[in-house]
Design a protein around this ligand. Structure first.
Ligand code: HDD
Length: 685
């Protein structure tokens, strides 16, 4: 998966060039104040005598301290913790038949992008690996202006109408009286919301599944969630749903692992993305679209505008139309990742909205939130938010205005400037809203077609493998186990009995509730695309901990080369840092000491052979926990010769061993296959 388009990935995009104008390198430069005054000293405030008070005239101290005092801005109300990267997007073939969006017309058009991944509930400093939805927001810097696809890694949402968003967010966030718990849905108010708002049920199924525990931002799908509109040159429209499909496949962590990672490496997902990009393993995602012609709007047994429903891929196939590659890390987290402002209302000609009531409300909320978060109406001038398309209008002034607009005219219509800047008719590229016919009475109501809350939740359950089902049940039991009010637990069990009787009965076991009366399922539908068991299986960029000490057996270097050639990353873990030497020849640099490493940081474990190597590893007793934990997390484990002695079991699903005289090549191949399979659920742990 190393860059398939090296020309484009190494070239600076127009956006990169624009950002360069604002990027400052302090290396080797003189120290100055913000006024450009070079300063002679930066460690001592100006005092009346060496032991005396600081003087009011110390402008250097005042400036330094004032700036520091104001360095923080409000974190995002949701999606506060995030991580971003730059990249580019190219369409595979022209989408002219469906949309006039210019960036989707020509495969040779390279559109710069910035993507910010995020968790939803936690604060900016919370752990990456909590159970949560992940944000997947993409800003396309197109020549027609910025287009933002502000999606999540789950294709549905908790509510159907934006009016309920503050309620939902209040319920999932830490409880207001004591601000507990952080970045968790496992508490009374969240589950009280779910029990009383059954429109959340489908999304809760996703949130309790392994989708909420992504192994990597590089291995997670993205969804625009809402139904949008594609409109072509002729004004013909298609309803469209957007998907991002990761080239590496969709993979998750196991629950116990995520909990440990939250302590061992709270930056696990952001570090993974950063390191992958730094090492040239650029994350890639294919853009997919599902399209429904306007005239087919009512041909489905669900409302296609309901954001709590998917369009099953088996019913409406996903057409892969292009690829995004992330190939550059940020220079400055705050200036880029923190200050980027997304908005589902940032659209380009050829992409339009629908009447999905969740989308309609979002169209208000995103600009509004930036006003308090980014301190005024000029956030579009921040380098990361600037379009590459020219900006000309009559908006002026406001906090932090940077543009110097010339001339006396800041109104339309005008005679002085020849009535410019002038609106552009649709046929010349001006944005024209789709002329959808709308009529109706003013009501505060929900359409009846939105009222089935259970069928697709049931389809999700039906589509899971038994292992995935068990993980969902355990997640419910964990979360409800943290709910103090017993009546809420009971209500939740009763609500989920409407999805599937077996699901609710299994949840009910062990959480002190009465098993539901209801049996049966809300639907018999199955959508195989929903199961992560059916995802792409590649060994690429998986990280293997290689446990070895001095005297490691001669087979190790051969196997390491084989793994590396398959795109697997190998890191030596040993009793101590430094260099270890092979039994007869060779040496390897140790990347982690056993003290500083844990198996949760790796995808797989390989134990080297060699009596001396094994006994050196055993001098650090933690080594046995290391392997046992990997075993308990269903990870692929391989061992050579004496290395087998460190394994909790010498055989089993995903366990690969080689004894003296065995064919090393096929040993390596089997291990690579086991790594690609990700986890080995048939193992008894
Ligand atoms: Fe939202 C941020 C995704 C519903 C209001 N949302 C935000 C981000 C993502 C999403 C990925 C982080 C963007 C970034 O990285 O800066 N939100 C979604 C999806 C939704 C959704 C996929 C449902 C389909 N959101 C939603 C609703 C509302 C909001 C219904 C309010 C009416 N969302 C916001 C916000 C945020 C936000 C409060 C917080 C920070 C920001 O916008 O810039 O305005």
């Amino acid at each position: 998966m190393k860059d398939s388009n090296s020309n484009n990935s190494s070239k600076k995009t127009i956006k990169d060039q624009q950002l360069d104008q604002f990027t400052v390198d302090n290396d080797g430069k003189d120290l100055t104040t913000n006024q450009g005054l070079r300063v002679s000293e930066d460690e001592h405030s100006l005092k009346a005598g060496v032991r005396g008070p600081t003087l009011m005239e110390d402008f250097h101290f005042r400036e330094k301290m004032t700036h520091f005092d104001h360095e923080r801005i409000p974190e995002r109300i949701v999606h506060a913790r995030g991580f971003g990267a730059h990249g580019f997007f190219q369409v595979y073939e022209s989408m002219k038949a469906f949309t006039r969006a210019k960036f989707l017309q020509d495969p040779s058009t390279v559109t710069p992008v910035f993507v910010r991944f995020s968790t939803v509930a936690g604060s900016r400093g919370s752990a990456d690996t909590v159970r949560d939805v992940r944000g997947f927001a993409t800003k396309f810097y197109t020549e027609e202006g910025n287009y933002d696809l502000v999606g999540n890694n789950m294709p549905v949402f908790f509510i159907q109408d934006a009016m309920k968003f503050p309620d939902f967010v209040h319920a999932v966030k830490p409880e207001p009286h004591n601000e507990i718990p952080q970045a968790q849905s496992a508490h009374d108010t969240f589950w009280d919301f779910v029990a009383n708002n059954t429109e959340s049920v489908h999304m809760v199924m996703w949130a309790m599944s392994d989708r909420a525990l992504p192994r990597s931002y590089r291995m997670m799908e993205g969804f625009g969630v809402h139904t949008f509109r594609f409109v072509n040159e002729q004004g013909r429209a298609h309803f469209v749903k957007f998907h991002w499909k990761p080239v590496l496949g969709t993979h998750s962590l196991v629950w116990d692992e995520t909990q440990k990672l939250a302590g061992k490496d709270p930056d696990f997902n952001r570090r993974d993305l950063w390191e992958a990009i730094e090492s040239g393993n650029y994350p890639e995602y294919e853009l997919g679209v599902q399209m429904i012609p306007e005239e087919d709007e009512f041909r489905f047994d669900f409302d296609i505008l309901d954001p709590t429903k998917i369009w099953p891929e088996e019913l409406v196939p996903v057409r892969l139309i292009g690829k995004m590659t992330l190939n550059r890390n940020t220079n400055n987290f705050f200036a880029e990742t923190e200050q980027i402002a997304f908005h589902p209302g940032h659209v380009v000609p050829g992409i339009d909205f629908t009447n999905d009531p969740l989308l309609q409300g979002r169209l208000f909320s995103y600009t509004d939130t930036q006003l308090s978060r980014l301190g005024g109406p000029n956030f579009h001038e921040f380098p990361i938010n600037r379009p590459i398309a020219p900006v000309h209008n009559n908006q002026r002034d406001g906090m932090h205005r940077m543009t110097i607009n010339k001339g006396p005219v800041s109104y339309h219509k005008n005679g002085i400037a020849g009535n410019t800047p002038a609106p552009v008719p649709g046929e010349y590229g001006g944005y024209e809203h789709y002329t959808e016919k709308v009529e109706g009475r003013k009501v505060r109501e929900r359409s009846d077609s939105f009222k089935d809350h259970f069928s697709q939740a049931s389809m999700f359950w039906n589509s899971m493998s038994e292992v995935e089902k068990q993980h969902i049940v355990s997640a419910f039991q964990f979360e409800l186990g943290k709910v103090q009010r017993k009546e809420i637990r009971q209500q939740v069990v009763d609500v989920f009995a409407n999805v599937d009787g077996e699901l609710a009965t299994r949840i009910s076991e062990g959480i002190g509730t009465i098993p539901p009366q209801k049996s049966g399922s809300a639907s018999s539908l199955v959508s195989p695309a929903l199961s992560m068991m059916n995802t792409v299986k590649l060994p690429l960029t998986r990280k293997v901990a290689v446990l070895a000490g001095n005297g490691y057996s001669d087979e190790l270097p051969f196997v390491l080369t084989q793994l590396q050639q398959a795109g697997v990353i190998t890191e030596i873990v040993s009793a101590k840092l430094g260099i270890i030497r092979g039994k007869t020849s060779g040496e390897l640099e140790v990347k982690h000491s056993l003290l500083g490493a844990d198996s949760v940081l790796f995808d797989a474990v390989l134990v080297a052979g060699g009596t001396l190597s094994v006994s050196e590893l055993l001098s650090e007793p933690k080594v046995l926990d290391f392997v046992r934990e990997a075993y308990q997390h269903y990870k692929p484990i391989a061992a050579i010769d004496e290395g087998v002695n460190l394994l909790p079991s010498a055989s089993g699903d995903g366990i690969v061993t080689a004894r003296e005289g065995d064919d090393l090549k096929s040993f390596g191949q089997s291990f690579i296959g086991a790594i690609a399979a990700h986890r080995h659920w048939l193992r008894t742990v």
